[in-house]
Design a protein around this ligand. Structure first.
Ligand SMILES: Cc1cc2nc3c(=O)[nH]c(=O)nc-3n(C[C@H](O)[C@H](O)[C@H](O)COP(=O)(O)OP(=O)(O)OC[C@H]3O[C@@H](n4cnc5c(N)ncnc54)[C@H](O)[C@@H]3O)c2cc1C
Length: 399
């Protein structure tokens, strides 16, 4: 008898945990369960569709699914299709890799208005997440406010700002790409509550905003000579110093010299959203308000509850919250895998029945993958995603 481990969530942290387990004990039986019929978590549903290089890590994860003792079980939501209790009867240990799935709220009036979108929903739409097939109506959107100073805010601003040609080699869902290309967009405001010396942008992603063909990045020179906090560790300080240098370059640019202007605005705390306008707390933004036909808040995520028991081991965003990139998850998931192995070492394997309901297996996912890649090849794109639940299930089942 071998031990059985369930990994709930087939995103990077779940796959890195499987990898860590297999490296030390290749005889384990591992089931990687996901509520979607497709694996890869935010690599598929979050990472921007024009950053295909970042998404390439998914191929490495697919190789794990070819191992005889690793099963993929898609289209099973733990807590809905299978209870956490049922899961514990069938497995010796459970690794929770469910990520974070709820948009955080700013807590200001107007957040529920239809033109105010959380980035989870917005990015899910761009990326073809089957829960978010309906995007915002961009038909009359001239000015967009992107609230937040991290890379997700840059992703949102960049995908809106890029030309159709620049998006041609991406896997943005065609409906979203067409809606963005047809929108009468002229201004995108990327808005931070604090100063530029605190922004969480990474250097490459910020610099890319200065190289867009249909958009010019601008900012006010005021405040760009600020120093990052002395208490920051050296790599953080260096990143922030470089960001300030990039922003000083943007301060030399002129708004309106290209069809779209991306304005970086700092020290501006949103006070309220109203139709067509964002109001700011007094003395934060000059003039106190900005026009915005669409608002996308990029201020982080929350997660769902899971049982806290000694045979349940969280990893990734479910463990530490919505921070860290794909590689950040690797070392942490490997370390948790070692804890799981130590726990299993002290216990005999359970002999309960296989509790997994019928699901989309790895072969089903490969059918979806092949179908999407073929649909993309016809258009010179990496893939055209299936976005409808039933279509995903039909193709997975060979339909
Ligand atoms: C918009 C955005 C852009 C990003 N861009 C980058 C980037 O360019 N580069 C980079 O390195 N990092 C990027 N990141 C960060 C990166 O995506 C995360 O570090 C990483 O995905 C976290 O991995 P995870 O496995 O913990 O969670 P996730 O990737 O979220 O995976 C969780 C999985 O669990 C599944 N799940 C949830 N609940 C259940 C349940 N009850 N039952 C079954 N399955 C469930 C979900 O369907 C999902 O597949 C980005 C993040 C976001 C939000």
């Amino acid at each position: 008898m071998t031990h059985r481990v369930a990994i709930v969530g087939a995103g990077p942290s779940g796959f890195y945990a499987a990898d860590g387990l297999m490296r030390t004990n290749p005889d384990l039986h591992i089931d990687i369960i996901d509520r979607l019929p497709t694996p890869h978590g935010l690599i598929r549903a979050g990472v921007a569709p024009d950053h295909q290089g970042t998404k390439a890590v998914a191929r490495q994860f697919d190789r794990l699914l070819a191992r005889p003792d690793v099963r993929f079980a898609g289209n099973i939501e733990v807590g809905r299709d299978l209870s956490w209790d049922e899961l514990t009867t069938g497995y010796d240990a459970i690794i929770v890799a469910t990520g974070m799935v709820i948009d955080k709220k700013l807590g200001v009036p107007g957040e529920e208005l239809p033109h105010v979108w959380g980035s989870w929903r917005f990015v899910g739409w761009l990326n073809g997440h089957p829960d978010f097939r309906q995007g915002p109506d961009l038909g009359k959107v001239k000015s967009v406010a992107v609230i937040g100073n991290g890379n997700v805010a840059l992703d949102v601003a960049r995908v809106l700002a890029k030309s159709a040609d620049e998006m041609a080699k991406s896997d943005i869902v065609p409906e979203a790409g067409a809606a963005i290309a047809a929108a009468p967009l002229t201004d995108i405001h990327v808005i931070g509550r604090r100063g530029p010396e605190h922004a969480s942008f990474t250097n490459n992603e910020l610099a890319e905003m200065g190289r867009l063909t249909r958009a010019v990045a601008v900012t006010e020179p005021k405040g760009l000579d600020a120093a990052p906090p002395a208490s920051d560790p050296t790599p953080e300080r260096l990143r922030k110093i470089k960001n300030l240098e990039i922003l000083r370059g943007f301060a030399n640019n002129k708004a309106g010299t290209k069809p779209v202007t991306v304005h970086f605005r700092f020290h501006a705390a949103a006070l309220a959203f109203k139709p067509g306008v964002v109001e700011f707390t007094p003395n934060t933004l000059k003039g106190g308000k900005l026009p915005a036909d669409l608002v996308v808040t990029c201020i982080g995520y929350g997660g769902e509850e899971f049982p806290k028991r000694e045979d349940v081991f969280p990893v990734g965003w479910a463990k530490r919250g919505p921070t860290g990139t794909i590689p950040t998850n690797r070392a942490e998931s490997h370390a948790v895998a070692q804890q799981v192995l130590a726990w299993l070492d002290e216990r005999d394997p359970k002999s309960g029945p296989d509790v997994l309901p019928i699901a989309v297996d790895a072969a089903g996912w490969h059918r979806i993958d092949k179908h999407e890649i073929a649909a993309g090849a016809a258009k010179g794109r990496p893939r055209v995603k299936l976005t409808d639940w039933q279509a995903l299930l039909d193709v997975a089942q060979g339909g």
